[in-house]
Design a protein around this ligand. Structure first.
Ligand code: Y43
Ligand code: MG
Length: 208
């Protein structure tokens, strides 16, 4: 694949998830890239009609670049639970219902984590609790070219949820070789080991 080099300047983060946008901003900070989020620009949130992380990341990246005329970086990610045959996978966000919290629209992550745990519990106390977070980044250019980078982080699920940092399913995910959840470790430490950091390292090698 031919990579284009991203010049320091404007880039759209094609995500409406505040937790993700915060992480991507932190990961971009050291590269002189000045990102603006799709939400900041008032860009619409496209429907994620794909059945793979790759397809959805491309849908989101192309939608933002078409609407803004700027290169756009999208992230489609999710949790694959081994004992659930890889579910919720590409449907990870959908398992958390949209709800209003303190006047802001968000998702009910506690309910979603409970749903995963309920399905694991049905398989008995010795169920395999291993899981992996997946992150697929798509970078789309105004001329229609796009490239995709995939990252993974292995780990296991714990219950009940622990920690208040991060976002989404972080309170139940313990990365491999660690004892604390993603929501209990410093954001900088999450950025050193996460699925998003893994995908990001490949993006950096390709386009920066
Ligand atoms: O580091 C993570 N820590 C915890 N949970 C995570 C993480 N990474 C992805 N996840 C979960 C939550 C997220 O909502 C879903 C991805 O769904 P996904 O469609 O890619 O994102 P989204 O709908 O929340 O925002 P958007 O599409 O606007 O980028 O997987
Ligand atoms: Mg989404």
């Amino acid at each position: 694949m031919t990579h284009r080099k991203l010049a320091p300047g404007r880039l759209v983060i094609a995500s409406h998830n505040a937790g993700k946008v915060r992480e991507i901003r932190a990961l971009l900070a050291s590269f002189g890239i000045d990102p603006v989020s799709a939400g900041d620009l008032g860009l619409p949130e496209p429907e994620e009609t794909g059945t793979t992380f790759r397809d959805n990341a491309l849908v989101k990246a192309h939608a933002s670049t078409a609407a803004s005329g700027l290169p756009a970086l999208a992230d489609d990610s999710g949790l694959e639970v081994a004992a659930l045959g890889g579910r919720p996978g590409v449907y990870t966000a959908d398992w958390a219902e949209r709800q209003w919290f303190e006047g802001e629209k968000g998702r009910d992550w506690y309910m979603a984590m409970g749903k995963v745990e309920g399905l694991l519990a049905e398989q008995g106390p010795d169920v395999d609790r291993s899981a992996a977070f997946v992150c697929t980044l798509a970078l789309a250019w105004p001329d229609g070219h796009a490239e995709v980078f995939e990252g993974r982080a292995a780990g296991s699920l714990t219950w009940p949820p622990r920690g208040t940092l991060g976002f989404g399913y972080d309170p139940v995910f313990i990365p491999a070789g660690k004892s604390l959840t993603y929501a209990e470790i410093d954001p900088a430490e999450k950025h050193a080991i996460s699925h998003r950091a893994d995908a990001f390292a490949k993006l950096v090698a390709g386009v920066f």
